[in-house]
Design a binder for this molecule. Structure first.
Ligand code: SAM
Length: 393
C-alpha cells in the first residue's frame, strides 16, 4: 500500500479514470458521520437509454434509497459526501482497490492494494426489472405501498420486493403459454387478500404487455373483496373484479392463468385443482401454511424415525413432501413444473413458488409412479389435491 500526498483529490481522480477506462467495478461509502439516520452507500454503473449512469444506492436501517446520476454529476455528488458525511470510501476497479479513510482528527489517508473484484459491464437489466413494477404506479399508492411522493414505505419494502419478484417470474413464463393475442387474457387469483399481486398483475398485463385481460380475485373475506372492488373502480381497472367465495367453489370455466399466492393450507390444492380443470396453461402458486400431512406422517420402517421424532423437523418434512406431492400431481396432469425461490427467507419462510406450464412432453406415468413411491415412503394416505383430482375423474 502506498500513501498519497493529496488523498481526496487523488481518490476522486482515480474514480473518474476508472469510469473512463472501463476498469470501474463499484464504489462503497461507509463510516457515516453526517446528520440523521445511519447509512452506507454503494455506487455502480448502469445503462439507461444506452447511456452509462452512476446508480447510488443508499441503505438506511429500514429502507434503500436509489438515485441515478449522469456520470459527472454523480462523481461530484460522491466527492462532496466524502470527508463530510462518509469518513471512508473504497473504490473497486479491476486494476486495483483504492481506499480513503479519515482519522478521528479528520486526516485523510489513501491506500491502494490488489484488486478484489473483476470489472463488470453496466447492467441494463437493472432498469428493465424496476421498470416492470415502477414505484410510481398509481395502484401502489392506492394500496399504501408507496407514500405521497411515490416512495416505497419502509414497512412495505418486503411486499414491494415480493410484487417485483412475482411479476418478474410471470413475465418470464407468460410467453410459454403462447396465448392468443386477439382476445383478453383470462386470469383467476385465488385467496387474493388485499389484492397487491392481483392489481400488480393486471397493471403489468395491461400497461407493459399492452393486452386486455379479465381478472377475477377470489377471496373469502368480504371486507377485502369490497375494498378491492372499490379500488379497481376508482383506478378504472376495467375487467378486474373480486368475488367473495371459497376457493373450492370456484367454477371451472376455461381459464388461461391461475394464481394462488400464499392461499392458506389446502386452498392452494383447491386452486391447483381449479387450474387443472379449467385447462389453465399457466399456474403460479406459492404454498402457505400446511396442516394436512404432518399428522399423517408416521414411521413406515423407512428410517425416518430420527427425523420425525422432532416436531419442528416433522413439520418441515411435511411441508416439503406436500410441495413435492403437488408438483408431481401437476406433472401427472400434464404440466411442466418448476420450483422457484420466490422471495428471500428474510421476508417469509414460505418462499417456494410452484410454477406449472401446460406441456405435451411431460412423462406423466413416471410422475404418477414417483407420487406413489413418495406416499409409501413417507406414509400418508390423504392429500387434498389428489382427492380433488380423483373426484373430478
Ligand atoms: C396470506 S393471504 C395472501 C393474499 C394475497 N394472495 C397476497 O399474496 O398478497 C391469504 C388469503 O387467502 C384467503 N383464503 C384462505 N383460504 C381461502 C379459501 N379457502 N378460499 C378463498 N380465500 C381463502 C385469506 O382470507 C387471505 O386473505
Amino acid at each position: 500500500m502506498n500513501v498519497a500526498e493529496h488523498p481526496k483529490a487523488e481518490f476522486v481522480a482515480g474514480l473518474r479514470a476508472a469510469i473512463n477506462d472501463g476498469t470501474f467495478v463499484k464504489l462503497s461509502l461507509g463510516k457515516f458521520r453526517g446528520e440523521g439516520e445511519p447509512r452506507k452507500a454503494v455506487a455502480t454503473l448502469v445503462m439507461i437509454k444506452d447511456k452509462p449512469q452512476l446508480k447510488l444506492v443508499t441503505s438506511f436501517p429500514r429502507k434503500d434509497d436509489t438515485k441515478t446520476f449522469p456520470i459527472e454529476r454523480g462523481v461530484e455528488s460522491i466527492a462532496r459526501s466524502i470527508g463530510a458525511e462518509f469518513m471512508s470510501a473504497t473504490l473497486f476497479t479491476s486494476a486495483r482497490d483504492l481506499r480513503l479513510d479519515y482519522s478521528r482528527k479528520g486526516i485523510p489517508h489513501l491506500a491502494s492494494g490488489k484488486p478484489t473484484m473483476a470489472a463488470s459491464a453496466p447492467k441494463s437489466h437493472d432498469r428493465q426489472k424496476s421498470y416492470l413494477v415502477a414505484p410510481d404506479r398509481p395502484y401502489l399508492k392506492a394500496l399504501d405501498v408507496t407514500d405521497r411522493d411515490g416512495r416505497i414505505k419502509p414497512t412495505m419494502q418486503g411486499k414491494y420486493k415480493q410484487i417485483c419478484r412475482f411479476i418478474e417470474i410471470a413475465a418470464d413464463l407468460i410467453p410459454e403459454g403462447d396465448f392468443e393475442k386477439d382476445r383478453p387474457l383470462t386470469v383467476v387469483d385465488i385467496g387474493s387478500g388485499k389484492g397487491y399481486l392481483t392489481f400488480a398483475f393486471y397493471d403489468y398485463v395491461t400497461t407493459v404487455l399492452n393486452r386486455s385481460c379479465q381478472i377475477t380475485g377470489i377471496e373469502v373475506r368480504g371486507e377485502l373483496v369490497k375494498l378491492c372492488n372499490d379500488l379497481a373502480r376508482d383506478l378504472n381497472f376495467k375487467g378486474l373484479t373480486f368475488v367473495a367465495d371459497e376457493a373450492a367453489r370456484a367454477s371451472s370455466e376455461a381459464m388461461d392463468i391461475v394464481i394462488a399466492l400464499h392461499a392458506c393450507d389446502t386452498a392452494t390444492d383447491d386452486a391447483m385443482a381449479f387450474g387443472i380443470q379449467a385447462g389453465a396453461r399457466l399456474i403460479l402458486s406459492a404454498p402457505c401454511c400446511q396442516h394436512e400431512l404432518a399428522p399423517q406422517i408416521h414411521d413406515t420402517q423407512n428410517g425416518l424415525r430420527g427425523l420425525i421424532k422432532y416436531p419442528l423437523l416433522k413439520q418441515r418434512q411435511a411441508d416439503l413432501v406436500t410441495d413435492a406431492a403437488r408438483a408431481l400431481l401437476l406433472e401427472v396432469s400434464g404440466y411442466k413444473v418448476r420450483l422457484i425461490e420466490f422471495v428471500s427467507t428474510e421476508h417469509t419462510s414460505k418462499n417456494i413458488l410452484i410454477a406449472a406450464t401446460k406441456s405435451a412432453t411431460v412423462d406423466r406415468s413416471a410422475a404418477r409412479q414417483q407420487f406413489q413411491e413418495l406416499q409409501e415412503t413417507i406414509g400418508f394416505s390423504k392429500q387434498h389435491l389428489a382427492s380433488q383430482l380423483k373426484a373430478a375423474e
